[in-house]
Design a protein around this ligand. Structure first.
Ligand code: CDP
Ligand code: MG
Length: 132
């Protein structure tokens, strides 16, 4: 069994998509082992997106992720990291297929509904970051 971190980002919360997103993961068979709503501080956002510092979109990204509450959850299931990444879809809107969360609900490369850990190692760090 594997665990991974998912965030419903501020646009997902504002657009009323929390239930839709949770429902997709539940129907797939994942267990929600922890969940909470929080407003990310600039510090938490900088920590979470540290590897993106210096990128042209960085300031826009921090502004966006701190613009409203997010819903953080830990999902558990077989091969969770890879399968959840597959279910959220690619970062670029022109590559995120219909049927994925981003492919179905987002047209914007920054404002893209969800986050999910991209490796087992990052999943561990991110779960600790949001659920210490
Ligand atoms: O979220 P994901 O792991 O798919 O993508 P990332 O490359 O790790 O980038 C993290 C986040 O930065 C994305 O989800 C976008 O919100 C944002 N981003 C952006 O605004 N413009 C880019 N060219 C790449 C990423
Ligand atoms: Mg990433």
């Amino acid at each position: 069994m594997e665990r991974t971190l998912v965030l419903v980002k501020p646009d997902g919360v504002k657009r009323g998509l929390i239930g839709e997103i949770i429902s997709r993961f539940e129907r797939k068979g994942f267990n929600i082992v922890d969940m909470k709503m929080l407003r990310m501080t600039k510090e938490l956002a900088a920590d979470h997106y540290a590897e993106h510092k210096g990128m042209p979109y960085y300031d826009r990204l921090i502004e966006y992720i701190t613009s409203g509450p997010v819903v953080a959850m830990i999902l558990e299931g077989e091969d969770a990291v890879n399968i959840v990444r597959m279910m959220i879809g690619k970062t670029s809107p022109s590559e995120s297929f219909p049927g994925t969360i981003r492919g179905d609900f987002s047209l914007n490369i920054t404002v893209n509904i969800v986050h999910a850990s991209d490796s087992l190692e990052n999943a561990k760090k991110e779960m600790k970051r949001f659920f210490s």
